[in-house]
Design a protein around this ligand. Structure first.
Ligand code: AMP
Length: 115
């Protein structure tokens, strides 16, 4: 699998506005924000997309991603009003970067259904 731009961000080969980091997870601001708060939360290991998640094997990592989302929502002061977590998978899902990532969106009213 070809290296993605997110692997380069993890290795600090390209810059990003990093807002959170642990041994397993990195979070940085989306370069093209769709809301006042738009953060991407990614695992440091390469998992290309949702369909390659193994619930048992990656259970701790999935917990780490949600812990990061909750921590950041609190830090960005969007946890009370609410926010949206999005994982796009594959072409029809609108996935552009094939390194698993969770979008944390908040700071405005979200609409449903999504586009
Ligand atoms: P997705 O469509 O779910 O694959 O989302 C990919 C997201 O990555 C998009 O929202 C892009 O704006 C964002 N993105 C692409 N390159 C960068 C970058 N270098 N730094 C931060 N965000 C990026």
């Amino acid at each position: 699998m070809a290296e993605t731009i997110f692997s380069k961000i993890i290795k600090r080969e390209i810059p990003a506005d990093i807002v959170y980091e642990t041994d397993t997870v990195l979070a940085f601001r989306d370069i093209n924000p769709q809301a006042p708060v738009h953060i991407l939360i990614i695992p440091k290991i390469e998992i290309p997309k949702v369909t390659e998640i193994d619930g048992k094997k990656h259970s701790q990592l999935l917990g780490d991603l949600f812990d990061a989302a909750n921590k950041l929502a609190k830090e960005m002061k969007i946890e009370k009003d609410g926010f949206r977590l999005v994982l796009n998978c594959g072409d029809n899902g609108g996935q552009e970067v094939y390194h698993l990532h969770m979008h944390l969106l908040g700071g405005r009213q979200m609409k449903w259904p999504p586009g």
